[in-house]
Design a protein around this ligand. Structure first.
Ligand code: ATP
Length: 540
């Protein structure tokens, strides 16, 4: 054999050897594909037959890549909640099991993005970069994995930080009638997390597109979108999307919490979520209960809010603070969904439409609001003033009701009311203007020291702002004590009060005042008499 024919032979052998080998290794991957058909379709739900092995909450693929979630798993038929546009679907269409449950993209790449509950971008900024995916339904951390709530979550809203403090890992309900400033409180709290090292998730459920666009624009303008993930379902989305939105948002927050980060999550609002669930349940013929809500309506909210917690140090020490929002009807806080949520959460911030109408903003009704765990996390500097402030304010609110009837008031009552009015004025604050801690402490200390009592009510906004600005003069070592657990000494308090006194001084040359019964819920000052006012000072 020549050298040339030898080379040809070996090439021939190796070629055939390759084919033989390929034949041997060729093992086609045969996977069973379970396929069923749509039997009927209604608003946001479909009934499917021919999927005997389908599991509860398993995803089912419909034509056009629409996903659905198995909700009612019966022997003969499966009730499926649709999670996308379904107008092209018809009875008889083929559907397929996916053998997986609903999950969502999570990770740092989501910060600054506006997405839907399926993780699809809505902001036109290209695909979302996810570091991982997590199922939307996860069990809440076990009781032994949880730590006590000890670190405050500053909202930047004076009345909340002073009187209804929130701690990291707490669940605090915001409730009130429509248009009473519920969203404003939640958005302001997000804005205040800028320097607090807290990441935020804002979950808009069934909101008007314009309201969501306004919230996103506010966050973007204030630079708060950089540390916030916005999860949105709009009013005209299928009810299935509204139903899964808070669970998906919570999984996004949990990813950060498990990395040791503090997260704030806002559900705006769970009334829409409950309505979406009611709609789905009625369409799937689940038995209706009170107010036509299904029997497990309490459970769907409890299992959601149980996922907000503060983890133990060994597990990273991260936390999720939840601010669910609920809309009441005609101030009825004892309706089904509000009472459910009140009993699940660790306190509530109640917004009163009457205060809102009087222009007392934020319209927080201090008497009906409570924070059950936040007090323990509150900074000691606040605690030093909160007790006096609460008492004085409660006394004022009670006396104010009497004063409405035009009763003649004795000197002590008049002073209490005057003092209460100034506290109320101090606690008012505009939208989108969170107040830093030192400025808050200065204002609150000035109010408890009755420095504002000699200032005319109409001058109060300016006087209060002057005290806020003067807070920059508080010595650095005192400011440090605001952050630490250390108490303010008497010396610290008098230093702050003196700074505030100097700031208030220009406003104290106020006109003389007399009370008359004014419009309901308020008292007017008239510049007529020369009666002495609080502090024994005569107003000129
Ligand atoms: N502290 C405030 N200062 C001034 N305006 C405010 C304040 N809080 C809320 N508002 C205004 O009150 C209106 C209602 O506020 P917001 O939309 O937050 O209420 P809501 O209760 O969430 O409403 P909805 O029931 O529509 O969800 C808005 O126009 C908002 O700008």
């Amino acid at each position: 054999m020549t050298a040339r024919s030898e080379t040809l032979q070996s090439a021939f052998d190796s070629a055939f050897a390759g084919i033989g080998q390929t034949r041997k290794v060729f093992a086609p991957q045969l996977a069973p594909r379970e396929v069923g058909t749509i039997t009927s379709i209604a608003t946001g739900v479909a009934k499917v037959s021919g999927l005997p092995e389908v599991g509860f909450e398993e995803l089912i693929r419909f034509p056009g890549d629409v996903l659905g979630m198995a909700f009612n798993v019966d022997d003969s038929e499966t009730g499926v909640v649709l999670l996308g546009a379904y107008s092209h679907l018809n009875a008889g269409d083929e559907v397929e099991r996916t053998s997986r449950v609903m999950d969502v993209a999570v990770g740092e790449g989501l910060l600054g993005r506006v997405i839907d509950p399926l993780g699809r971008p809505l902001d036109g900024n290209g695909p979302v970069v996810a570091s991982d995916r997590l199922p939307i339904e996860r069990t809440a951390p076990h009781i032994m994995d949880r730590a006590a709530v000890t670190i405050p979550l500053q909202t930047g809203i004076k009345v909340i930080d002073a009187l209804i403090p929130i701690g990291r890992g707490q669940r605090e309900l915001i409730l009130g009638d429509r248009q009473t400033g519920k969203t404003a409180i939640a958005i302001d709290t997000i804005l205040n997390q800028r320097d607090q090292n807290v990441l935020c998730v804002y979950c808009a459920i069934g909101q008007r597109a314009s309201a969501v666009a306004k919230a996103v624009a506010t966050l973007r303008e204030a630079g708060a979108l950089d540390y916030t993930v916005v999860v949105v379902t709009e009013g005209n989305d299928p009810p299935g999307l509204a139903f899964i939105a808070p669970y998906a948002a919570t999984s996004i927050a949990e990813h950060f919490m498990e990395q040791g980060r503090d997260v704030l999550i806002v559900y705006d609002d769970l009334t829409q979520h409950a309505r979406a669930y009611r709609e789905l349940s009625l369409l799937l013929r689940r038995p209706p209960g009170r107010e036509a809500f299904p029997g497990d309506i309490f459970y769907i909210h409890a299992r959601l809010l149980e996922r907000a917690t503060h983890l133990r140090e060994e597990l990273g020490g991260g936390s999720i603070t939840a601010l669910p929002i609920i809309e009441t009807e005609a101030q009825n806080i004892s309706a089904y969904i509000p009472t459910n949520l009140i009993s699940i959460t660790d306190g509530q911030i109640y917004l009163s439409p009457s205060l809102f109408e009087l222009g007392i903003l934020p319209a927080v009704d201090v008497g009906k609001s409570v924070s059950r765990v936040g007090g323990k996390a509150q900074r000691s500097a606040y605690r030093a003033v909160a007790g006096d402030l609460k008492l004085a304010y409660a006394q004022f609110e009670e006396l104010e009701t009497f004063a409405r009837f035009g009763a003649r008031l004795d000197e002590a009552t008049r002073k209490t009311i005057e003092h209460g009015q100034r506290i109320r004025a101090c606690l008012q604050q505009g939208e989108g203007a969170p107040v830093p801690v030192p400025a808050q402490i200065a204002v609150l200390l000035a109010a408890t020291a009755k420095l504002f009592d000699t200032v005319a009510l109409e001058q109060m906004p300016d006087a209060e702002l002057a005290v806020q600005k003067a807070a920059v003069h508080i010595p650095a070592q005192v400011r440090e004590r605001f952050e630490s657990a250390g108490k303010l000494s008497d010396e610290d308090r008098s230093t702050i009060v003196e700074i505030a006194r100097a700031a208030v001084a220009p406003f104290q040359a106020a006109p003389k005042a007399q009370f008359t019964a004014g419009s309901p819920g308020t008292l007017e000052l008239q510049n007529t008499s020369s009666r002495p006012v609080a502090g024994g000072r005569e107003r000129s």
